[in-house]
Design a protein around this ligand. Structure first.
Ligand SMILES: NC(=O)c1ccc[n+]([C@@H]2O[C@H](COP(=O)([O-])OP(=O)(O)OC[C@H]3O[C@@H](n4cnc5c(N)ncnc54)[C@H](OP(=O)(O)O)[C@@H]3O)[C@@H](O)[C@H]2O)c1
Length: 232
């Protein structure tokens, strides 16, 4: 049975992906900080076994618990570094960005994925598995106000690219899901009506395409992947 670890799986994209992989019979290790929402997500899954580990990805102790859950499962085929921290809302310009807030964005969006990947790499190497780091168009577009989160995602993109060069035995993808109607998106656009944004479930087929087709490691956007899904 294939085993996936998805961070930030209690809502949004992480939850939508967990639902689909569970339905496909995958065994899942899921995390989030909020215990109630994570429990509700686990209860709603109808598939393979699920281990929920409550905690903050930026905590070394929590990451050690996640590593223990992998060891308990005995294998790992997929790590999805999906949990993310936007920073202050509304997002400040870099000229005024509080440095402690910036450090927190980098801690959650860059250092935690690197640290968790370090723990997961032996397992992914053993299974010839897949690493997916969830990025953003803010990593490559210079939007006013997005300098903290966007530069952190740019660092995550480069981390993913270097891991791909260093770890030829596994597939390493940076995946940009595009705009989604989620709590993080609402936080990024406080007070705005975001009801025209697509639900996170619409992005999951693109992620599954990466798993099914296993193209060479690189950065992908959901729009390019969905275009090839629809062209089939
Ligand atoms: N929504 C968009 O438009 C959009 C666009 C581009 C990229 N993305 C990326 O897509 C990914 C998913 O975002 P989303 O919109 O689905 O977000 P979301 O709906 O806000 O969900 C975020 C998930 O991550 C968990 N989380 C947050 N901080 C955490 C931490 N420090 N440790 C552990 N879990 C944590 C949250 O649960 P708790 O709060 O309980 O911990 C929740 O389960 C992120 O990487 C984001 O950067 C989103």
């Amino acid at each position: 049975m294939s085993v996936a670890l998805i961070t930030g799986a209690s809502r949004g994209l992480g939850q939508a992906l967990a639902r689909e992989l569970s339905a496909r019979g995958w065994s899942l290790i899921l995390d989030a900080r909020g215990a109630d929402a994570l429990d509700q997500t686990v209860s709603s899954l109808r598939g393979g076994p699920v281990v929920a580990v409550v905690g903050d990805v930026s905590s070394p102790d929590h990451r050690a618990e996640l590593a223990a859950a992998i060891a308990q499962a005995g294998r790992l085929d997929l790590l999805v570094n999906n949990a993310s921290h936007l920073g202050p809302s509304p997002q400040p310009q870099l000229a005024d960005y509080p440095l402690d807030e910036l450090a927190r964005v980098y801690e959650v969006d860059v250092l935690a994925p690197v640290a968790l990947t370090q723990l997961a790499l032996p397992w992914l190497a053993a299974s010839g598995g897949v690493l997916i780091n969830v990025t953003s168009d803010a990593a490559v577009q210079a939007y006013e106000g997005w300098g903290g989160y966007g530069s952190a995602k740019a660092a995550l993109d480069q981390v993913t690219a270097v891991l791909a060069a260093e770890q030829p035995g596994i597939a390493c993808y940076a995946f940009d899901p595009g705009d989604m109607r989620t709590q993080m998106h609402q936080q990024a656009f406080p007070g705005e009506d975001i009801s025209d944004r697509p639900e996170p479930e619409t992005v999951v087929p693109a992620l599954l395409q990466l798993l099914d087709d296993r193209p060479p490691s690189r950065r992908f956007s959901s729009t390019e992947l969905c275009a090839t899904v629809h062209a089939r």
